[in-house]
Each structure stands twice: as C-alpha cells, then as structure tokens.
Design a binder for this molecule. Structure first.
Ligand code: PMP
Length: 388
C-alpha cells in the first residue's frame, strides 16, 4: 500500500516537484550573480501575482506572522487609530500586533461564519477618524472570505490605509491589490503561493510607503523595519547584491519556481480553478449532509472549507480521515474548536485531490456511525466538475 497521504490542511499545502527541486538545489552565495537574478525576478513577479503593478514588494525570511508584523510596525505610530475587520482568529492576532505598536484598536467582529458588510463598515468609519483598517481576506479559522473588493475602497475613501492579511487567500482567491485599493497586501509562502513555510511576502502602496517615510517615531521593531529592507529590495531589483539579513536562498529559488508556474497558469485561470474546486468540494460536503461554517456561498472561501461535524460525530473524525488517506485540520476558532474541521484546497490542488478527500471523509464518517448514500459526496462534486 502506498504510504503517501494527501495533505489537505489549510497550509502548509503540497508543493510541486519543480518547487521542491528548486529548493533542493545547492545553496549559492546570496550575492552570486544567478541568485541576484532569481531574487530580482521574484520581486518583479510578486507585482504580477499580487496584481499590484506599482507597489513596492518585500520578500523577507519569516512566517506569515512576520508579514503581519512588517505590515503593521512600519505604518503604525503610537496613538494611531486602527479598525480590525475580523472574521475569526487571525483578526484577533492582527489586533494584538497593532496594540503592540501603540495603536488604539477597535474590532468590527461579526458572529462566527459571517463578516461585516459595507453598511457596518461605513457606520464604524463615521464614528471615528481611523488611520488604518485591516481585513483578513480569508480567515483560516472559519473559512470566511471577506469582500475586500467592496470594503477596502470604502476604507480608502475615508482616508485610511488598508491592510489585507492574505495569508490564506493570496494567489488562490481572486485579489486585485491595486484595483481594490489595498495599501498593504501581505502573505506567507506556504499556502496558495506554493512554497514551503518560511517567507513573508508583501506589497506596499505609495501611500503606505509615504506614511512610513514620514514617520515621527522610529519603527519599534529592528528586524522588520522597512528602513533595513527597502535598500535590499531595491538593490536586488536593480540586479545588485546587498545585505541586511541573509536571504533565504533556497526558499527564494523555490519561490521563483512557484511564481513561474503560477504565472504560466495565469492569474485569471488560477482564480477560476480555485473557485471551481471549492464549489465542487462544498457540493460534495453538502451531498454528504455536512454543514459549512460560512453563512452563505458568497462568504465561502475558494481556498479552504470549514465543516461542522454532524451530530454524533466528534473531533476524532479528523484522525479517521487521516487514516483513510487525507490529512485535514481540526477546528481553530477557540469558541467552537471541537465542533468543526477544516480542509484546504489551494495551490497545486486538483480535481482528483478533491474527490479523494471527499471519499476519505465519507469512509471516516461511516466508521463513526454516520452514513449517507454511497458516493453521495463524490457524485455531487463530480456534477460540479463536469459543468462547463
Ligand atoms: N493570517 C492568516 C489568515 C493565517 O492563516 C495564518 C497562518 N495560518 C497567519 C496569518 C499566520 O501565518 P504563519 O503561521 O505563517 O505565521
């Protein structure tokens, strides 16, 4: 029997052989000419993947949380007023980071499975003169997709800088950074970007760079200070080597391989593929009688799906799904952690991965005494996948 299991958690995801090969190439000097070219091209391709043609890209060694830290510490000054539009666990983290840098933070938090809409945001923005508004594009704890396309321009028009935590969405869920008025779009490498964990990636608009450049107080974080990283990014983009902290040479090689595959597929095709696979997965889950956390299809992320355990089934289901060949994740939102599980379907994920996972869930459910018509989930998903 094959020892391989499908890795279907919301990050890290499965990576392509090309990415893993690039990562395994002998490490070079960070100022070797071929690495300078690779890093320079990665910075350029970041603009293409984020659809942020005039933004300043940053690629720094660290996780998604470092990307959040980089975003916040550089554009926040003590006393700034920040609004966190929250749809789960990671909104809380963003609030904590903003507080750490001295911002006065309010949260606009919806009930679990929902997120604030345009009217609620407008009301909040009328109450106070906010400097920064943050959004979690996809909250990994709930699978809720925030309508950043509508909300970010509202915040921008109110004179705020907009920050989007795209860790669980970027390069999978449609996101048009510049068109949608996103000042700082941040992510980590390990999800739909398709590179093992370890890179913080962000694009920063001219307005956000202005705020950084005109700060009255020093950035209260040494490693994350744009003042240290901007000259490095500029140097590599101009095809010169530079040093502040040693670049993650092998991860950047892997990023180059992944970006090349992403752009070969094309952003539009990639967004559509994620939508289609997610729709099929949700149909499959529904076909087995499972209920998702997001309150509506519009709120459901194309990169992961959070599903309640059916009655009589508990969190041990995830172990059984794993035994059936698909690794999925348990709950994360502290209020309902034991009531649901999460399945990632992003990056290099394909139709067969979705169908195999649904099959594994069905078999695991049966082991737990929950039955549905044989193949009901797979059949429902197949119907979506066979639609034009
Ligand atoms: N934001 C979101 C939406 C995430 O899903 C995650 C990771 N799951 C993070 C931030 C933090 O990223 P990391 O774990 O790489 O620090």
């Amino acid at each position: 029997m094959k020892g391989r299991k499908l890795l279907m958690i919301p990050g890290p995801v499965e990576f392509t052989p090309e990415v893993l090969r690039a990562m395994g190439e002998p490490t070079t000097s960070h100022v070797a000419p071929n690495f300078i070219e690779t890093f320079g091209e990665c910075l350029e391709m970041t603009r293409d993947v984020f659809l942020a043609p005039s933004a300043q890209p940053f690629i720094v060694a660290g996780t998604g949380t470092l990307a959040m830290d980089l975003a916040v510490c550089n554009i926040t000054e003590p006393g700034d007023k920040a609004l966190v539009v929250s749809s789960g666990y990671f909104g809380g983290r963003m609030g904590d980071i903003l507080c750490r840098y001295g911002a006065e933070v309010d949260h606009l938090t919806a009930e679990i499975g929902d997120v604030a809409g345009a009217e609620q945001l407008k009301d909040k923005l009328d109450e106070k003169d906010y400097d920064i508004v943050t959004f979690t594009y996809v909250d990994t704890s709930t699978g809720v997709l925030t309508d950043v396309e509508t909300l970010a321009p509202i915040a921008k028009k109110a004179g705020c800088l907009t920050v989007v935590d795209g860790v669980c969405g970027t390069a999978g869920a449609e996101c048009r950074t510049e068109e949608w008025d996103i000042d700082v779009h941040l992510t980590g490498s390990q999800k739909a970007i398709g590179v093992p964990p370890g890179l913080a990636i962000l694009t920063v608009s001219e307005d956000a760079m202005d705020k950084f450049e005109n700060r009255e107080t020093p950035v209260a974080n040494y490693y994350a200070d744009f003042g240290n990283w901007l000259p490095i990014m500029e140097a590599y983009e101009n095809r010169g080597g530079a040093y502040f902290g040693t670049p993650a040479v092998n991860l950047i090689n892997a990023l180059h391989a992944s970006y090349s595959q992403i752009l070969d597929e094309g952003m539009e095709a990639r967004f559509e593929r994620h939508e289609r696979l997610a729709k099929a997965f949700r149909a499959g889950a529904e076909g087995m009688g499972l209920k998702m956390l997001p309150k509506s299809e519009e709120l459901a992320s194309p990169t992961l799906t959070a599903l309640y355990y059916p009655e009589g089934v508990d969190a041990s289901l995830t172990g059984d799904i794993n035994e059936e060949g698909a690794i999925v994740a348990g709950g994360l939102h502290p209020d309902i952690k034991e009531e649901y599980f999460r399945v990632g379907h992003m990056g290099d994920c394909n139709e067969s991965d979705v169908l195999s996972t649904l099959g594994a869930i069905e078999r695991a459910l049966a082991k737990n005494g929950y039955t549905c018509a044989a193949g009901a989930g797979v059949a429902a998903a197949q119907r979506v996948l066979s639609e034009e």
